[in-house]
Every structure is written in C-alpha cells, then in structure tokens.
Design a protein around this ligand. Structure first.
Ligand code: HEM
Length: 176
C-alpha cells in the first residue's frame, strides 16, 4: 500500500462528498424549493430568499475551496504520476477543470450578492439548470476517466526486497 494512501483516500472522500452536497443541494433548490416558494407573497418570498441564500452561499464558497484543494491534490499527487504521457486523460481532465470553473462562476453568481450578477439571479431557474447540467457532465466525465483510463497503479510503498527474508525462503545461493 502506497505511503500516501490515507491522504489519497481522504482527498477522494472530500472531493466526492463535496460533489454530493453541492449537486444535491442545487437539485433541491431548483426542483423543490424554488417551485414551492413561487406562490408566496412577494415580501415573504424575498425574506425566505435572503435567509436561504445567506446560508447556502457558505456551502457554495466552502464547496468551491474543497473542490479546488482536493481536486488539485487528486490531480497533482495521484493522477499525474499514474497517467504520464496519456494525452487523452489529461485533455479530458483539462476539459473537466474548465467546466468546473464555469460551475464555480455560476454557483458564486447565483448565491452571491454582487450587483453585477443580479441579472443571473433574476433568471435563477434557468442558470441553476445550466449549472446542474454542467455539474452532472463533470461527474460523468470523472467516472469515465476513472473506469476507462485507470492509468498505471503506483508501485508498492517498499518495493525494494527486504534483507530479512521470511523463514523457509529458499536462499538464492548458487548450487554446487
Ligand atoms: C464542479 C466541480 C467538480 C465535480 C462535481 C467533481 C466531481 C468528481 C467526481 C465525482 C470524481 C470521482 C470520479 C470517480 O471516481 O468515479 C472526481 C474525481 C476527480 N476530480 Fe473532480 N470534480 C470537480 C472539480 C474538480 C476540479 C476543479 C479538479 C482539479 C483541479 C478535479 C480533479 C479531479 C481528479 C484529478 C479526480 C480523479 C480522477 C481519476 O480518478 O482519474 N475535480 N471529481
């Protein structure tokens, strides 16, 4: 087992866990909460929206930080050594990272307070749908890379033969 295995596993848990929370929360917002809140009187609707976004934006900004930290670790420490020279893998991973940056921009604009993106928030149904399509495309691409391009498995932590041969190991002494 490679020495970095515990951190590799933790980074993948954080990465996939963040995907579950951010995509799951966005599906709830788009298909449950927004339609349900539609019939409310405008002042109540606005009050709910402000209270909700004040909480959700913390998840979004923490999620972006965790995606970037665990994603960069996954890529630089785990995937790069296993996919040397695999142009298709790195090309598709590059596409995935570009799509992720688009998701980060839209999620920040939708949950943020900047006046510049008020237009995006007014059309939140449509832009949330676009964000979800991109998000699930990223998950699909990541799963494809995992299965179709697994790469070379890392050498075991201590591949050098240990001096203390286990008892009963036939010695390598030349016969005669
Ligand atoms: C919206 C943002 C993102 C989502 C939803 C996402 C989702 C995922 C998922 C579900 C996996 C696991 C795939 C599997 O094992 O089947 C994964 C793996 C991975 N992600 Fe992300 N990710 C995102 C952003 C990023 C970013 C920004 C980076 C790099 C900076 C990144 C780098 C990686 C790497 C290197 C792997 C491992 C791929 C492999 O096993 O070959 N991800 N991602």
């Amino acid at each position: 087992m490679a020495d970095s295995m515990p951190l590799d596993v933790l980074s993948r848990w954080v990465h996939v866990g963040t995907a579950i929370v951010i995509l799951g929360g966005s599906v709830f917002l788009r298909f449950v909460l927004i339609p349900a809140a539609e019939g409310l009187p405008e002042d109540e609707h606005q009050a709910l929206r402000d209270r909700l976004l004040a909480r959700w934006r913390r998840f979004v900004f923490a999620g972006i930080a965790l995606f970037l930290l665990s994603g960069l670790y996954n890529y630089l420490a785990v995937s790069l050594p296993r996919h040397r020279g695999d142009g298709l893998y790195h090309g598709l991973m590059g596409l995935k990272i570009l799509l992720a940056l688009a998701v980060f921009f839209l999620a920040s604009a939708l949950a943020g307070r900047s006046k510049a993106f008020e237009g995006i928030r007014r059309a939140n149904r449509n832009w949330l749908s676009v964000t979800l399509v991109l998000g699930f495309a990223i998950v699909a691409l990541s799963g494809f890379l995992k299965v179709a391009r697994p790469g070379a498995s890392p050498p075991p932590a201590s591949s050098a033969p240990s001096s203390a041969e286990p008892p009963g190991t036939p010695s390598a002494e030349p016969l005669g």
